[in-house]
Design a protein around this ligand. Structure first.
Ligand SMILES: [Zn+2]
Length: 297
């Protein structure tokens, strides 16, 4: 059994490279990811099929689409469904890594973060020095989209909470809150799989989306029952919401904060990540003029 870091106080990277391949949720096409150690903070994406292209450090300003997953725009390339991989890296304590990709999506694997956690365990972790922790403003941050909202305020360590409410009786109302540590993430959050709804699945398929979605990589809810039980946890849907929240926050780095998402979505999560990023912008040097592009966070 892997020994995970105690908490998120220090910086960690992978001890070796590790690879996983699979299909993408949306295109249903093969894709591959190689995770590799990095001496630099944050997560940097490079392309296995275009290795001469410089690596780009991920940040929440790259978010291009949040309707079904978190998709990033990296120059002229699109990278979809980054959230479960980023949740696995951030959740296990890996604060910096290179992510080399072939294809336009991160493989969905079993729809949870567990296969990525297993890949990280296979690579092993290497302790580095101080971790860069994004600061929060003194006042709580609150963002709203429709009836959903997300709020974050400063705390001694990271605590996440999520609440979901669905008319479908199989899910209904669920609340989950956790004082996050790498071990707690691996045991309580990482195994929770993506979920969807039967009627929505049929519509999206007809529209040419979620071509890679199948009953073995997403829980499908049909009113008061699941099409593909058993669940891994009775409250697997809300735990998956926390997994998505963590993956989206990983775009800016894990803050020392208490975060609560009521009816959260990738749109809300990444809006919070952007709000945190904008409070952490490095001030421009005094000699800069207005014509200088601002730092990209
Ligand atoms: Zn998800």
């Amino acid at each position: 059994m892997t020994t995970w870091p105690q908490d998120y106080a220090r910086a960690w990277t992978l001890a070796a490279a590790v690879e996983r391949a699979g299909v993408g949720l949306h295109g249903g096409l093969p894709c591959r990811v190689r995770l590799a150690p990095s001496r630099l903070p944050g997560y940097r994406v490079g392309w296995l099929d275009d290795p001469a292209r410089p690596l780009q450090r991920l940040n929440p300003a790259m978010v291009a689409d949040t309707r079904l997953c978190t998709a990033l725009q990296l120059g002229d390339r699109r990278l979809a469904t980054v959230e479960h991989l980023l949740a696995a890296l951030a959740g296990t304590g890996v604060s910096q890594a290179e992510i080399w990709v072939e294809g336009e999506e991160i493989p969905l694997l079993d729809g949870s973060a567990l296969p990525w956690v297993e890949a990280i365990a296979e690579a092993g972790l290497e302790a580095l020095g101080e971790r860069q922790v994004p600061a929060l403003p003194a006042e709580p941050l609150t963002l709203q989209q429709g009836i959903g909202f997300i709020t974050a305020f400063r705390a001694e360590s990271l605590r996440l909470a999520a609440a979901v409410e669905y008319p479908q009786a199989a899910i209904g109302r669920q609340l989950y809150s956790i004082a996050l540590t790498p071990a707690a993430f691996v045991a309580e959050i990482a195994p929770a799989r993506t979920f969807g709804f039967r009627e929505q699945v049929e519509q999206l398929r007809a529209a040419g989306l979620i071509q890679g979605g199948a009953l073995d990589n997403a829980l499908v809810c049909d009113g008061d029952r699941w099409l593909n039980p058993p669940l891994r946890f009775a409250d697997e849907p809300v735990r998956h919401k926390l997994l998505d929240l963590l993956g989206d926050l990983a775009l800016v780095g894990l803050p020392k904060a208490q975060v609560f998402a009521y009816r959260g979505s990738h749109g809300l999560h990444t809006a919070l990540a952007n709000a945190i990023a904008s409070t952490n912008l490095t001030p421009l040097p005094a000699e800069s003029t207005a014509s200088t592009p601002p730092p990209s966070a």
